[in-house]
Design a protein around this ligand. Structure first.
Ligand SMILES: [Zn+2]
Length: 106
């Protein structure tokens, strides 16, 4: 785990071990300036059967708004969610459900 990841998690008060932050940037969201924290979700086992016999099949990106003190500069967590195919139970995951439940804990 990198020190950048630890630092961002500490400042955002995020404890999810599967989320790994690797970069920060500024950009535009709906024509307004915004700050983006870039993260990736790592998973090494199937959420359905628990098997480690999985294949990573690309990423889906989603922007999750994070409540910020400064309303003039919205903060988003841009999460790269891995698409997973389990070879044992033939289940496909795209992590939409996973991220929806995990981000509520932020
Ligand atoms: Zn499985």
């Amino acid at each position: 785990m990198s020190s950048c990841n630890d630092c961002i998690k500490f400042s955002l008060n995020i404890k999810d071990p599967l989320l790994e932050f690797f970069d920060i940037s500024t950009g535009k969201y709906r024509n307004r300036k915004a700050k983006f924290y870039h993260a990736i979700v790592h998973l090494d086992h199937c959420l359905n059967c628990g098997s480690a016999n999985i294949v990573h099949n690309g990423h889906l990106y989603s922007n999750v708004r994070y409540p910020a003190l400064d309303a003039s500069l919205p903060v988003f967590i841009r999460i790269a969610k891995e698409r997973i195919i389990c070879r044992d139970c033939q289940t496909n995951f795209n992590f939409n459900q996973y991220c929806a439940t995990r981000t509520r804990e932020i």
